[in-house]
Design a protein around this ligand. Structure first.
Ligand SMILES: NC(=O)c1ccc[n+]([C@@H]2O[C@H](COP(=O)([O-])OP(=O)(O)OC[C@H]3O[C@@H](n4cnc5c(N)ncnc54)[C@H](O)[C@@H]3O)[C@@H](O)[C@H]2O)c1
Length: 391
């Protein structure tokens, strides 16, 4: 049964299944892990496919200096599962996958390594579609793209959708407005005081939307000059990185790092709402999600409201159209409201409400797969990917 297959399962500990990779996969229902090795180029990578019920597994490739293979494997399993939930709650016809390349992004890159990786991606025949993630640059993606068409988020110069940050920021803005509607009965950010952590890509676009609507922003960044330049542009105030958590504001918008809602920060918050673009902001999901509920802070689940990026690159697969991507991203407003309502009705943290709604969509759409249909539902590049075997 699909419902039960997504729920947490006990690890199989029988003696004949003692290879830890199977235990790790079975614990969270991963479908497939591909171990990619090419000693000539130094390639050591994992591709994890968590769930393909809704469609091909899409998720970025991360290059990072993992200290051990186990650390890399754990990361790819965690990240690929996160992509299943993000795509499902966003209404996309995509499953969850992710890849990690073990290596130093500053010193271990070369053309042959990425082309070797591209060939491994290609060998999966579209079960996994990759994209850019931490440690990767446009050049690296172009090398991968030269070996496989199963790449998305490619530069505009190659016919792709380019930088996803403006779309991500628009989704975060929609999510914050939905939270305001829930908290104040009115979704206007006019006059609202917002503490913005980070002055990078997503934060900058978000700040412009919020300032245009009349919000009063307080901005921080570890690079003060970045925060100052953004503050000067939109008429905001700069604060120090440590001050940001305890400000007397309506909304806290984390757009920098993960793990910032933790045992140290949670008592400092005076805000009504937390809605931001950063991934994995709850340090320990169960513990800190519950603590926010008890504190009466409305938390917009990070993966729901920062989904504009994946919505953008997935629309590239159907023939990219920025307006279409923005319209889809606008729906993050309704999705967030649904999640907040479900959380209230069932008295559960919002992250949990979101996970349940994502699982329900996977289960209900998955049931339809029992009916035979042709494979040609999609237009654009995704359709072309599906159709290559029907020439
Ligand atoms: N770019 C996207 O489309 C996208 C999509 C989904 C999620 N995200 C997530 O959103 C977050 C921001 O992404 P981005 O693309 O804007 O990155 P970015 O690197 O452009 O911006 C991050 C900013 O945070 C600052 N920062 C780091 N540590 C800080 C700290 N302790 N206090 C204050 N500022 C700090 C950095 O100096 C930088 O200016 C990340 O967590 C990313 O994973 C981004």
């Amino acid at each position: 049964m699909i419902e039960s297959s997504l729920k947490e399962k006990k690890t199989n500990t029988t003696e004949d299944v003692n290879f830890p990779i199977f235990n790790a996969m079975q614990a969270k229902d991963h479908e497939q892990v591909v171990v990619c090795s090419d000693p000539e180029t130094g390639l050591r990578a994992f591709i994890a496919i968590h769930n393909t019920t809704l469609g091909p597994a899409l998720g970025g490739t991360r290059m990072w200096m993992y200290k051990t293979e186990e650390e890399a494997l754990k990361d790819v399993l965690r990240l690929s599962r996160g992509m299943t939930y993000k795509s499902a709650i966003s209404g996309l016809n995509l499953g969850g996958g992710k890849a990690v390349i073990i290596g130093d992004p500053h010193t271990d890159k070369n053309e042959a390594l990425f082309r070797a990786f591209g060939r491994f991606v290609d060998g999966l025949g579209g079960r996994y579609i990759t994209a850019e993630d931490v440690g990767m640059e446009v050049q690296d993606m172009e090398w991968i793209y030269s070996e496989t068409k199963y790449v998305t988020g490619i530069p505009e110069t190659l016919g792709g959708s380019g930088n996803p940050s403006p779309v991500t920021a628009y989704g975060v803005y929609m999510g914050a407005k939905a939270c305001a509607k829930k908290a104040y009965g009115n979704d206007s950010l006019s006059g609202k005081r917002i503490a913005l952590q980070g002055a990078g890509h997503v934060a900058s676009y978000f700040a412009k939307h919020a300032a245009k609507e009349g919000a009063k922003l307080f901005i921080t960044d570890i690079y003060t000059e970045k925060a100052q330049s953004l503050a000067d542009e939109i008429g905001a105030e700069v604060v120090s990185p440590d001050e940001i958590y305890g400000l007397d504001v309506d909304i806290f918008t984390p757009c920098a790092l993960g793990g910032v809602i933790n045992d140290d920060t949670i008592d400092q918050f005076k805000c009504d709402i937390i809605a931001g673009g950063a991934n994995n902001v709850l340090d320990v999901e169960e513990r800190h999600g519950q603590m926010l509920l008890e504190k009466g802070i409305i938390y917009a689940p990070d993966y729901v409201i920062n989904a504009g990026g994946i919505i953008n690159i997935s629309s590239e697969l159907e023939g990219y159209n920025r307006e279409h991507a923005m319209n889809r991203t606008q729906k993050i407003y309704d999705t967030t409201l649904n999640i907040l309502q479900y959380s209230e009705d069932h008295e559960i943290p919002t992250y949990k409400a979101s996970n349940i709604l994502a699982e329900e969509r996977i289960a209900s759409v998955g049931r339809l797969k029992s009916k035979y249909s042709s494979k040609s539902h999609f237009s654009g590049r995704l359709g072309e990917m599906y159709m290559t075997d029907r020439r």
